[in-house]
Ligand binder design. Structure first.
Ligand code: BES
Ligand code: ZN
Ligand code: ZN
Length: 495
């Protein structure tokens, strides 16, 4: 999609749909609404009144302009009483989603500021997403959104469109996650995930090293191999790295951030098999890996002055004839012995090896994304990620990036009192705790493998995959996490 800036008078903006964000109870105060209302001879205000539109979050109203404006339809979107980044971005998303059958969409920027223009552009670009890979014949959508226009006043500085490039990069990164998550698990095997990662890295100028089963075995990642035992396809381990170009020979080395992602291309639960209902969406269990890939690609495309590594541990978890069993003992990459308790707690095993590998890179920060526990969804609901960190400064910086982007994270404690639950009679550790506190004991298990690294674990089991559309996120793969991670990396430069 192409993004463009328009300074045309509102009634002459050429688009199939023109969206205006309206602050709660601010309908009468919006100059954009007043202009559109005048051009449509009162149709906008009348429809808004008839439909009971007051500008609350979630409300919207669509009005046909019947040739009285160049735009064929006007969409009013409720912003709530105090719109922030999230609400302003949502206007563009709502507009693009509604206009998906048309060719062009326009959004009136909340003001002429570069910040408000950027948010409109991000929303338009992020909302222009459809997953059509497997559709055939009549099911292939005919139209496609080609142009997204951000409308500003005649007084605006044309330079306010500086954010367009960033908007495109963010949207394409989020769409990369959605595409990978939405792919069927028979199509997106661990090898296919590694291939897709290598291809995206190549395009963005990121180095990508892929290890096959033989290389993983040679390396000694026995926990990843244990999870893979019951699966048909081979596992993959991917190490991606982006080193920013040196600007000044005397400059200190850039910060090194290592992202780690859980890449379960399908999680059946293994021998401790999941009930059918709990298995249906388990193609989403590689979201952490997809987010890890998308973040490094975005960092490289935006040329951020931080060194970013991405580590992906990919396998299926299946109950094949050689599947790992409760009671088995395996050793991790860093030599700890682990007693298997429940084969459905496979994510922490593959992450343990990936974190032990990440720590060798001597990172300033290690950040893992993982659809790790149903318990985290029980605690926080479907739209909030759990955040665990062994470093307060890192947690605070990340929470502030999340707050700015409007993505929802909630810090949970690494409660040492629960550490005893991981004591094993036969091995260094057992890999699950008791039934209560499941998100925390999973995080405590991971902590055993990070050594002295400053580390944060993001349990995205809830927001990774939507049962229905919510905010800027569509049904299915959401791309949650990319906005915050990129914002966090940008905030490191600003310091
Ligand atoms: N992949 C699941 C967690 C999950 C659940 C992700 C729902 C997305 C939506 C994970 O591997 C898992 O099965 N965890 C178990 C752990 C338990 C066996 C200790 C869980 O949460 O039930
Ligand atoms: Zn599982
Ligand atoms: Zn899983």
């Amino acid at each position: 999609m192409k993004l463009a800036l328009s300074m045309d008078a509102l009634s002459t903006v050429n688009a199939d749909l023109l969206a205006i964000g309206v602050v709660q109870r601010g309908l009468g105060k919006s100059t954009a609404v007043a202009t559109a209302d005048k051009a449509t001879r009162g149709a906008i205000a009348k429809t808004a009144k008839d439909e009971g539109f007051t500008g609350k979050i979630g409300e919207s109203v669509l009005v046909q302009t019947l040739g009285r404006m160049k735009a064929a339809r006007v969409l009013l979107v409720g912003l709530g009483p105090n719109p922030g980044e999230r609400e302003l971005r949502t206007v563009g998303v709502r507009a693009s989603v509604l206009a998906s059958r048309y060719k062009s969409v326009a959004v009136v920027a909340h003001s002429d500021s570069a910040e408000h223009v950027r948010l409109a552009a991000e929303g338009i670009a992020i909302g222009a997403y459809r997953f059509t890979k497997y559709l055939t014949g009549d099911r292939i959508p005919k139209g496609e959104l080609k142009t997204g226009v951000v409308v500003v006043s005649k007084k605006a500085d044309p330079g306010v469109k500086v954010g367009f490039e960033r908007a495109q990069v963010l949207a394409e990164s989020i769409h990369l996650v959605r595409d990978l998550v939405n792919r069927a698990p028979n199509d997106l095997t661990p090898a296919a995930l590694a291939d897709a990662s290598a291809a995206a890295c190549k395009e963005a100028g990121v180095t990508c090293k892929v290890m096959n089963k033989a290389a993983i075995t040679k390396e000694g990642m026995h926990l990843l191999l244990a999870v893979n035992r019951g699966a048909g396809p081979e596992p993959r381990f991917v190490h991606m790295s982006y080193v920013p170009p040196k600007t000044d020979a005397k400059a200190p080395r850039p910060r090194r951030i290592v992202f780690v992602g859980k890449g379960l291309t399908f999680d059946s639960g293994g021998l401790c098999i999941k009930p059918a209902k709990a298995m249906i969406d388990m193609k989403c269990d590689m979201t952490g890996a997809a987010v890890t890939l998308a973040v490094i690609v975005a960092a490289a495309r935006l040329k951020l002055p931080v060194e970013v590594h991405g580590i992906i541990a990919a396998t299926e978890n299946m109950p094949g004839p050689d599947a790992y069993r409760p009671g088995d003992v395996f050793s991790s990459l860093d030599g700890k012995s682990v007693e298997i308790i429940n084969t459905d707690a496979e994510g922490r095993l593959v992450l343990a090896d990936a974190l032990a590998y990440a720590r060798r890179l001597e990172p300033d920060y290690v950040i893992d994304h993982a659809t790790l526990t149903g318990a985290c969804m029980v605690a926080l609901g479907p739209w909030t990620a759990g955040l665990f960190a062994n470093d307060d400064e890192l947690a605070v910086a990340y929470q502030s990036a999340a707050h700015a982007t409007g993505e929802s994270y909630w810090r949970l404690p690494l409660n040492d009192e629960l550490r005893d639950m991981l004591k094993s009679d036969v091995a260094d550790l057992k890999h699950t705790g008791e039934s209560y506190g499941g998100a925390i004991t999973a995080a405590l298990f991971l902590r055993e493998f990070v050594g002295t690294s400053k580390w944060m674990h993001l349990d995205i089991a809830g927001p990774a995959f939507g049962e229905r559309a919510h905010g800027i996120y569509p049904k299915g793969g959401t791309g949650f996490g990319v906005l915050t991670a990129v914002r966090f990396l940008e905030s490191l430069n600003a310091e």
